[in-house]
Design a binder for this molecule. Structure first.
Ligand code: CP
Ligand code: NVA
Length: 319
């Protein structure tokens, strides 16, 4: 069974700031590993459960396929089908599932819920998206940026909502020393405490952070332009929110201010014609489908590290 002495949880990407470069290298190695990867089964005999309170395409499929590739058994637990949130508390769910499983992922509305699940579990817990954080997305995104580092010329620039995806992208980018700019509409800035955390990390790595409400200022000279939908899951009742995003669409005009070899990034799903035009998302600069694929490789690295750390180190030393 598990090979960890003290369990570790991933609630936000800065839980693993120190390990992030190695976790990414590991993910790139296993992605390019061809034959030997077929023999590597660090999750053999283990079961990983994933609870979803919100829909998912990438996260669900990448966890199911990734766990299977590592020799483990994935179990997807949709919130409508389980007792959590109806007749059972998070604490009791955590205690019960810890008796069956070797690791858990949880996509939830309230960030404090994934913290509670982790607190009451004896097995590692991974945040698979909450209202505040999306660490698995950030791990895959920094992996994608690392894969393209030869042609990267300029800072990482976020244009759009100050949301969960921005929070972890900012934390991960500055922890790897990348300069970062973000432009959000007035009133839709990122969470203040997360900005403070990012600034502390940036002070240590030397990364610069530019905060603005002007998309043009943020993208000027950028090597990466990143956006997300304007209205996240759980915010559908905010009918007027989209009106604040006039001028925040990533289109030909805006990207002309960036480095010519800029990477266009989006966590997907995209609302084409809203936050990004077809001409940008389908351009040669777009790496959105690499990002989606990299969700699986990055999560395989995280799962192996968290559930079988010895195997993770052995793989790292051998390859
Ligand atoms: N990017 C992302 O998390 O996609 P899903 O909602 O499809 O999992
Ligand atoms: N910010 C989006 C990301 C979806 C992957 C949301 O939370 O809905």
């Amino acid at each position: 069974m598990n090979d960890y002495e003290e369990k570790r949880d991933l609630l936000a990407i800065d839980d693993f700031s120190k390990e992030l470069p190695d976790l990414i290298d590991w993910a790139i190695k296993i992605k390019n590993g061809d034959d030997f990867v077929d023999e590597f089964k660090p999750l053999e005999g283990m079961s990983i459960g994933s609870i979803y309170e919100k829909p998912s395409t990438r996260t669900r499929v990448s966890f199911e396929v990734g766990v299977n590739k590592l020799g483990g058994q994935p179990l997807t637990l949709l919130s409508n089908d389980i007792q959590l949130g109806k007749s059972e508390s998070i604490a009791d769910t955590a205690a019960v599932l810890s008796r069956f499983l070797d690791g858990m992922t949880y996509r939830c509305f309230k960030h404090s819920d994934v913290g509670d699940l982790a607190k009451h579990s004896t097995i590692p817990v991974i945040n698979a998206l909450s209202d505040l954080h999306h660490p698995c997305q950030a791990a895959a995104d920094l992996m994608t940026i690392t894969e393209n580092k030869e042609k990267l010329n300029g800072h990482i620039s976020w244009i759009g909502d100050g949301n969960n995806v921005l929070h972890d992208l900012l934390l991960a980018s500055v922890s790897l020393g990348h300069d970062f700019s973000y432009a959000t509409p007035l009133g839709y800035e990122p969470d203040k405490m997360i900005i403070e955390r990012a600034k502390k990390i940036a002070d240590q790595t030397g990364a610069k952070i530019i905060e603005t409400n002007d998309p043009e200022e943020a993208v000027t000279g950028a090597g990466v332009i990143y956006t997300d939908i304007f209205v996240s899951m759980g915010e559908e009742h905010l009918k007027d929110k989209k009106n604040a995003f006039d001028g925040f669409q990533i289109n030909e005009d805006l990207v002309s201010k960036a480095d010519p070899d800029y990477l266009f990034m989006h966590c997907l799903p995209a609302h084409r014609g809203e936050e990004v035009t077809d001409s940008v998302i389908d351009s040669k600069n777009s790496v959105v489908f690499d990002q989606a694929e990299n969700r699986m490789w990055a999560q395989m690295s995280l799962l192996t590290y968290m559930c079988n750390e010895n195997a993770w180190h052995t793989f790292k030393e051998l390859f």
